[in-house]
Design a binder for this molecule. Sequence first.
Ligand SMILES: *[C@@H]1O[C@H](CO)[C@@H](O)[C@H](O)[C@H]1NC(C)=O
Ligand SMILES: *[C@@H]1O[C@H](CO)[C@@H](O)[C@H](O)[C@H]1NC(C)=O
Ligand SMILES: *[C@@H]1O[C@H](CO)[C@@H](O)[C@H](O)[C@H]1NC(C)=O
Ligand SMILES: *[C@@H]1O[C@H](CO)[C@@H](O)[C@H](O)[C@H]1NC(C)=O
Ligand SMILES: *[C@@H]1O[C@H](CO)[C@@H](O)[C@H](O)[C@H]1NC(C)=O
Ligand SMILES: *[C@@H]1O[C@H](CO)[C@@H](O)[C@H](O)[C@H]1NC(C)=O
Ligand SMILES: *[C@@H]1O[C@H](CO)[C@@H](O)[C@H](O)[C@H]1NC(C)=O
Ligand SMILES: *[C@@H]1O[C@H](CO)[C@@H](O)[C@H](O)[C@H]1NC(C)=O
Ligand SMILES: *[C@@H]1O[C@H](CO)[C@@H](O)[C@H](O)[C@H]1NC(C)=O
Length: 866
Amino acid sequence: MRNTHKFGRMTIPMLIILYLAFTIHVTLANNYVPTEKILLNCGGASNGSDTDGRKWTTDIGSKYLSTSRKTIASQAATQEPSVPQVPCMTARVFYTNFTYKIPVVPGRKFVRLYFYPVSYAGLNVFDGIFSVTVGSYTLLNNFSAAQTAEALNFAFLVKEYSVNVDGQTLDISFIPSAKAPKAYAFVNGIEIVSMPDIYSSIDGTLKIVGQNSAFYIGNNTALENVYRLNVGGNHIPPSQDTGLDRTWYNDVPYVYGFAFGVTYSADLDTNMTIQYPPSIPSYVAPIDVYATARSMGPNSQVNLNYNLTWIFSVDSGFAYLVRLHFCEIQVYMTMVNQRVFDIFLYNQTAEQGVDVIALARGESGADKQIGVPVYMDYVVLVPNGSPQQDLWLELHPNVHTQPNYYDAILNGVEIFKINGTNGTLAGPNPIPAPRVDVFSPISYIPSSGDYKTKIRKAIVIGGICGGIILAIVIGFFLIAASHCQHGKNSSVRDVPSKCHQDLEQGFTKNLCRRFSFVEITVATKNFDEALLLGVGGFGKVYRGEIDGGATPVAIKRGNPLSDQGVHEFQTEIEILSKVRHHHLVSLIGYCEDSCEMILVYDYMAHGTLREHLYKTPKSPLPWKQRLEICIGAAHGLYYLHTGAKQTIIHRDVKTTNILLDEKWVAKVSDFGLSKIGPTMDKTHVTTVVKGSYGYLDPEYLLLQQLTEKSDVYSFGVVLFEIICARPVLNRTLPEEQVSLVEWVAHCHEKGILDQIIDPYLKGKIAPECFKQFTEIAMKCVADQSIDRPSMDEVTWNLEFSLQLQRNAEESNEGISEIHIKEEPFVPHKWRKNLDASPSFDGCGHLFSQEVMSQKLNVGHLWTGFF
Ligand SMILES: *[C@@H]1O[C@H](CO)[C@@H](O)[C@H](O)[C@H]1NC(C)=O
Ligand SMILES: *[C@@H]1O[C@H](CO)[C@@H](O)[C@H](O)[C@H]1NC(C)=O
Ligand SMILES: *[C@@H]1O[C@H](CO)[C@@H](O)[C@H](O)[C@H]1NC(C)=O
Ligand SMILES: *[C@@H]1O[C@H](CO)[C@@H](O)[C@H](O)[C@H]1NC(C)=O
Ligand SMILES: *[C@@H]1O[C@H](CO)[C@@H](O)[C@H](O)[C@H]1NC(C)=O
Ligand SMILES: *[C@@H]1O[C@H](CO)[C@@H](O)[C@H](O)[C@H]1NC(C)=O
Ligand SMILES: *[C@@H]1O[C@H](CO)[C@@H](O)[C@H](O)[C@H]1NC(C)=O
Ligand SMILES: *[C@@H]1O[C@H](CO)[C@@H](O)[C@H](O)[C@H]1NC(C)=O
Ligand SMILES: *[C@@H]1O[C@H](CO)[C@@H](O)[C@H](O)[C@H]1NC(C)=O
C-alpha cells in the first residue's frame, strides 16, 4: 500500500472494502495443503489453541505415547509475560530415553520443537541437558534449553528442522545426557507439518560461495532453519504463511550499523500485483515477503560508498543454505539494467551483476517482470573456529554494468544449517554474555559513529536461531498491573516470581523483575527527597540503587489515586515488555505491592535532552553530539514504528522524553501515552487528543486520527528545538515568535533560518549539513501527514547530514560562517502535483515527482489506522 496514511481520511466501509479486496488478493495465491499437520501439546491436560489460533492436541492418551516409560506430564512452575499458554505452559519430562513414534506418509516434514526452560516437577532447570534425534539425524546434542535461552535473551525457544522420512513413522527421541548425573529431557510442543521439497537442489547444483564446485541437497539432507526474515516488512505469524506454518521475522535487528537503507512496500491498491512465475510455486514464500523490501537509499553517491549489510551469528563447522528472495515492486523499476548489484556472503562474492528484472524475465518468460518473485540459493561453508561466527550478507551496487540506479534490493532471506557428514545438526550451547546490567536489552545499534562490534555481537547472537521467538503476550501485564482494581486473586500474582528464582540461582532473567515495596524503599532511602530526579505527570522520579548498591536505577513512583496513572502504568509496562532497543529506555522491573505503581528503569546519568539545551547551567552540546543524539532518538522511534510486531506510536515525543545515558546515548522514554496498532477494531480509533502542546501534530489535533506521522511531526519540532535551543512555546516573545514551528517556517520561507539558530552553534555547522538537516526537519513538520517522511527516511537523512558535517570538518577548510542562500520555500507543494516538473536525485537520476514520492514511501499495510 503506498499511501498508508490515506487511511486517516477513509471511512470504515471504505476500509472494509479495501480489506476484503486485499484478502481476496492474498487468498488467490495457492497455499500448500499439508497432508499431515500434527501439533502436539506435550503434557497438556487438554486440547487448546495458541495465540495464532492454531489448534494443539494433548499428547496424553494419544497413540504416540504407547509405551509407559518413565515420563511425566508437568505444569510449568512459572509463566513469563511473553510466553504463550499453549503449548508452553505444560511439558513432558523424560527421565530416560523416550521415542515418540508418529505414523506419517513418507516425504519431507517440518519438525518444530518448543522449549520453555523453567522448572518442571521440581527439577532444576539447568539439569535439563539432553539430545534429540529424528531417525538417523541428531538435531540437538548436550542441549541446555535454559542456557541457550539465557544466552539469547529469549523466554522460550522454537527450533525448526526439515527432514525427509523414508518409512512409515517419524521417530523423535529425547535422550537425557549420560554425562550429567541428574540430567532429564523435556519438550513443550512438537509440530509436524508435511512440506513440499522446496529447499532441495533439483538438478543437484547449488553454488558454493567462493568455490568452483556444487553442493547437493537431496533426500538425505536434514536442514535446520536458523533465520527467516521478511526484509523491510512485518512479522508474519504461522497462520499467515503459505500453509507451511513458518514464521517470518522483521529484519531490523540484523541490519548492520547506521546504514539501514530504505524500506518499501508494493502498491497493491493500484495495478501492482505479485505474480509468481510458473517455475516458482506460490507457497515458496508469502506475498507479504515479496511485497516489502529494503534497498540502499535514494543517493547513489552514498550507496557507492557502503554495503547494505545484515549480520547473522551461526555455528562454526557447518555448511549453510542461504536463500535470498527478490521482487521488484516499485512501478518505475520495469526494465533490465535499472538496478544491478553484487551479493557478498561470508565476505566472498556470491554473485555479480544481479538484476532482479532480468531474473524475473528468465523465470516468467512473459513481458511482465515487475512484481514477479524470484529467489536464489547459495551454500556457504563456515569452517571450524570459535563456536559461533558472524555470517555477513552484503549488497553493493554493480558499477560495471552502469545501471540507471546505483542501488540494491532484498525482500526476504532464509538461512538453513545443513547436516554434517555424520547426520548431526547440533551445535554447542551458546555462552551467556556477562551481564552489564540486570536487564540487558537486545540492542543492536552502536551508540556512536564507530561501529562497536562487541555490541553487534551481543545482538547478533540474540538472533542465532531464526526459529526462536521472543513472543509477546499483551495480556499478562494488564492482568498483573490491574490487580489493584480486580482484587488479589489473579493467578499471576500467586506464582512465585521467575526473576527472583533466577536471582537465587545466580542468573538474572530478561523481561521483567518484580520488586517488593521493601526493596524499593531501601533503594530510594525511603523516597528521600534528596534523591528526587524530577516530577512528571505520572509521579515522582527518584534516583536509587539496587543489588546492594551495584546498579544505579531511576525509580518512578506513580500516584495510586489517579485513574490516568493506572492506565499509563499499564501502557508503559506493556510497551516496554514488547520492545528492546538500544535507543529506548529499558525497564528493569516494577513493584505493585500495596497498590503501589512503581517502575524501575536504567539510570540515565545525563538526564533529559532538554536540560542540555536551554535554561540550564550546563555547557552547550557540540553540534555533532546533538546530531548523534537526534540520530539515536530517530532510530528508537523508527524501531517503535516498524521493529515490533505491531506499530507503536509514541504520542509524546519531546526533548524531556529523550534521555541521555552516561555515554550520551539517546534513549526515548515515557510510553505512558503510547498506542499500539494497527488494528481493525473500531474502538481503537482515538478520539481524545493527548500529547504536549507545541509538539502536537495539527492534523491529529484537527481530525483526532493518530498515525505514526504524528510522532514524525513531534520529532521535527524536537529537531528545531535542538538547533534553535529555545522552548517550543515561549509566550514572552513577540506573537509571531511564540510558536517555534511557526517562527521556523516563517524564517525558512524568508531564507533566514540560519539567523535564529542557537548562537553557540553559529559558524560551527557546515552549510551542506545545515541544509540537509533543516530540509528534513521542515518535511517532518509539514501540515499534512501525507507530506511527512517516515522515521526511516528521517534517520537516513540525519545520518547523511552528520556525514556531511564530518566530511566538511575532515576536509579541514574550517567551517566558515553559515550563509545559506535558499530558494524560497514552497511548503508541501513538492509532492502534490504528480505530473509537475521532474526532479533529480543526488547523482543526476531523473525521477518524476510520482517516483520521488514512491521512493520515499516506506509504509506498511494498515499502519496508521486507529
Ligand atoms: C483432542 O483432539 C483430538 C483430535 O482433534 C481428539 O481426538 C481428542 O478427543 C481431543 N481430546 C480432548 C481431551 O479433548
Ligand atoms: C539411550 O540412547 C542412547 C543413544 O541412542 C544410548 O546410547 C543409550 O544406551 C540409551 N540408554 C538407554 C537406557 O536405553
Ligand atoms: C526423495 O524422496 C521422495 C519421497 O520420499 C521420492 O519421491 C523421491 O523419488 C526421492 N528422490 C530421490 C532422488 O531419491
Ligand atoms: C555440555 O553442555 C554443558 C553446558 O553448556 C557444557 O558445560 C559442557 O561442556 C558440554 N559438554 C560437551 C561434551 O559438549
Ligand atoms: C493500470 O493498468 C491499466 C491497464 O493495464 C492502465 O491503463 C493504467 O494506466 C494502469 N494504471 C496505473 C496507475 O498504472
Ligand atoms: C562490501 O563487501 C565486500 C565483501 O565483504 C568488501 O570486499 C567490500 O570492500 C565492501 N565494500 C564496502 C564499500 O564496504
Ligand atoms: C568480514 O568482514 C567484516 C568487516 O570487514 C569483518 O568484521 C569480519 O570479521 C569478516 N568476516 C570473516 C568471516 O572474515
Ligand atoms: C547428512 O546426513 C546424511 C545421513 O547421515 C548423510 O548421508 C549426508 O552425507 C549428510 N550430508 C552432508 C552434507 O554431510
Ligand atoms: C559428528 O560431527 C560433529 C561435528 O562435526 C562432532 O562434534 C561429533 O562428535 C560427530 N559425532 C560422531 C558420532 O562422530
